[in-house]
Design a binder for this molecule. Structure first.
Ligand code: 8YV
Length: 313
């Protein structure tokens, strides 16, 4: 008998009940000792339902001898051991199209919020400073050069939205894309040198770990604004803190962090940053869609039909 192991609850709640209707579903967070699964559950689980930013810890994967499908609510799969999945013939699905718009919108919203000092302005008014001080000016993103690191679905959508702001968009990606919206550059260093706003929308994992380091931040320069809606692992967080403290870059808008939900106090104290709790895909509509794709994939698997959005390993 096939059972689902759900690693954490989904929002909206209807996704949790839809999932439970498909097959017996065990909630990992409710099991007393979640380090070691009860033997009966470990044997029955053929499906893991997880999230992009959660993945599937290897120690847990090792406890599931009959695992056949890992269904991810999200696009990231950097928290899954792909070579182990491949060796064991475990299939993986993600929810790719459903969150593209929401994440791209958030990247542009953060770029605007940072360049126009929205959050700082809000704090300024609330603190009563308007009565006796002036808030400095921000800058227009209109007409500026915006660098996009990672030119998959989300990166391309960001570039499209930025056309409405008359921005020149440049991108760097390990894969070439035939696209007339943006110009490809040969290196991350070049992308940073040429950009006023630098948006990270690349996949996480070993290939991009710490790719945005001190050298890249120096190339972005003191007027540069960094936006990260992808993975905290892509930006070297201690280099970033130093760059913000020294004025090596102008500011940063971060939705993702190295060790979520822990955010270093140096970032919390910094004035030139905007911090959000990994909410780029967190709109009601998008999360409902992600839930639908997650459950539709599991349903297809249980019915022996082709998976809707499989990852090709
Ligand atoms: C989600 C993500 O916040 O898609 C991803 O990989 O990290 C985010 O969209 C996450 O999957 C939901 O927890």
């Amino acid at each position: 008998m096939s059972a689902i192991l759900q690693l954490s609850p989904y929002t909206p709640d209807s996704i949790n009940s839809d999932l439970a209707h498909l097959a017996p579903t065990h909630h990992l967070w409710k099991l007393k000792d979640s380090e070691t699964l009860p033997a009966q559950i470990a044997q029955n689980v053929t499906i893991v339902a997880t999230k992009g930013d959660l993945g599937l810890p290897r120690a847990l994967m090792n406890q599931l001898p009959n695992l056949q499908l890992i269904s991810v609510y999200g696009v990231g799969y950097d928290g899954i051991d792909l070579s182990e999945a491949k060796t064991r013939g475990i299939r993986i699905t993600t929810t790719p199209e459903s969150l593209t718009n929401a994440v791209a919108d958030m990247a542009v919203a953060l770029a605007l919020a940072g360049s126009r000092r929205l959050v700082e302005g809000d704090h300024f008014v609330r603190a009563g400073h308007w009565l006796d001080r002036k808030l400095g000016t921000g800058f227009d993103i209109r007409g500026k050069r915006v660098g996009i690191f990672g030119y998959g679905r989300i990166g391309r959508k960001i570039a499209q939205i930025l056309q409405a702001f008359d921005c020149t968009t440049l991108y760097y990606d390990i894969n070439q894309h035939s696209d007339s919206t943006s110009q490809s550059v040969g290196s991350l260093q070049e992308l940073a040198e040429q950009s006023r706003v630098f948006i990270v929308s690349a996949s996480g994992g070993p290939q991009t770990r710490n790719a945005v380091n001190q050298k890249i931040l120096e190339a972005l320069g003191p007027d540069g604004l960094l936006v990260n809606v992808a993975r905290g692992s892509i930006v070297n967080q201690s280099d970033l803190i130093e760059a913000l403290e020294n004025g090596t870059i102008g500011g940063a808008c971060l939705d993702v962090f190295e060790d979520e939900p822990n955010v270093p106090s140096a970032l919390c104290k910094a004035k030139n940053v905007i911090l959000t709790p990994h909410i780029s895909s967190a709109t009601h509509e998008t999360r409902l869609n992600m839930g639908r794709v997650l459950t539709d994939n599991i349903n297809a698997f249980l019915s022996g039909e082709p998976l809707l959005t499989p990852l090709h390993l």
